[in-house]
Design a protein around this ligand. Structure first.
Ligand SMILES: [Zn+2]
Length: 176
């Protein structure tokens, strides 16, 4: 590999431990680091075999980490979700300004919101994630006047064969 700054050859890579700048408190081990052979240059470069896979793995580890997340970690997780600041505001039901205040440390995210963010990171990529993002916004919409209709004709029988006697005006009672 040639140095992208001065064009000299780089030395064979060494495997090093380096801090991961996008997420505080994260260190990467076994990173291939190429050092320029030109002593007047002194540049070094890292090489990642699968940057998208690495970022996904770090996001999951950050989301599983005990304790509260700081602003830079929140920003890192938001980006791992491919959410803009506006997206995050819409999904969590806050103003866009609130998101930037969380991320620059001016405001601490409420714990229920942080738990929801972690949940989204852990379930990102699953087939139900797009549905979850849609449903998250529902709380902020106007409630419809019409009742919610559930059609029992579309209901599959219980796998244990149990039957329910239902008085529509009262609680459900189990019959053997
Ligand atoms: Zn160089």
């Amino acid at each position: 590999m040639n140095c992208v700054v001065c064009g000299e050859r780089t030395r064979p890579p060494s495997l090093e431990t380096v801090p991961y700048r996008a997420a505080p408190g994260v260190k990467l081990e076994g990173v291939a680091v190429y050092h320029c052979s030109n002593p007047k240059c002194g540049e070094s470069f890292t090489e990642y075999p699968n940057l998208a896979g690495l970022e996904a793995q770090i996001a999951e580890r950050v989301a599983r980490r005990p304790g509260r997340l700081d602003g830079r970690s929140l920003r890192f997780l938001r980006r791992a979700l491919d959410w803009s600041g506006q997206d995050m505001a819409r999904h969590l039901g806050v103003q866009a300004e609130t998101v930037s205040r969380w991320e620059n440390g001016a405001l601490t995210m409420a714990e229920p919101s942080e738990r929801l963010l972690r949940l989204c990171v852990l379930y990102r990529g699953s087939h139900s994630m797009a549905d979850l993002e849609t449903q998250l916004a529902r709380t902020g919409e106007a409630a419809p006047d019409a009742p919610l209709v559930v059609d029992l004709r579309a209901l599959a029988p219980a796998s244990n064969g149990g039957r329910i006697a239902a008085n529509p005006a009262a609680h459900l009672a189990l019959v053997a």
